[in-house]
Design a protein around this ligand. Structure first.
Ligand SMILES: [Zn+2]
Length: 126
């Protein structure tokens, strides 16, 4: 008796479920496509993306430009103060670094190899 009651209840439940149409799952982005990085970016990432598009590098994330190191084309060293410590690897295979203070003004030479360095003012983005 109890088993018959359970079977009827189960059959009714199965019939009732199949009668209700099941809606297909849809994603919110399916109508407009996948958003680009620029559309998804927020905060600092968005500021950096905009600056990169304009050609600037506000957080010095990219590889610095290479200079000849001569008096006419010195290595440019950005600094927020009037002096900065510079380390020069005079030759490519050197394991020792020559450290010296670089002051604002005229280009200075490395005391070991003679490469020229010039301090340029750098503004922080905020
Ligand atoms: Zn040097």
């Amino acid at each position: 008796m109890a088993s018959r009651l359970l079977v009827r209840t189960a059959v009714r439940a199965a019939c009732a479920r199949s009668a209700v149409p099941v809606q297909a799952m849809t994603r919110g982005m399916s109508s407009g496509g996948i958003p680009t990085d620029e559309e998804q970016a927020t905060g600092l990432e968005k500021i950096v993306m905009r600056a990169t598009k304009q050609g600037s590098d506000p957080y010095s994330m990219f590889k610095p430009k290479e200079y000849a190191g001569s008096k006419q084309d010195p290595h440019l060293v950005p600094s927020v103060t009037s002096k900065r410590i510079v380390g020069c690897v005079c030759e490519e295979d050197n394991t020792a670094i020559v450290w010296f203070w670089l002051h604002q003004g005229e280009p200075q030479r490395c005391p070991s190899c003679g490469a020229h360095y010039k301090l340029v003012p750098h503004e922080l983005p905020h």
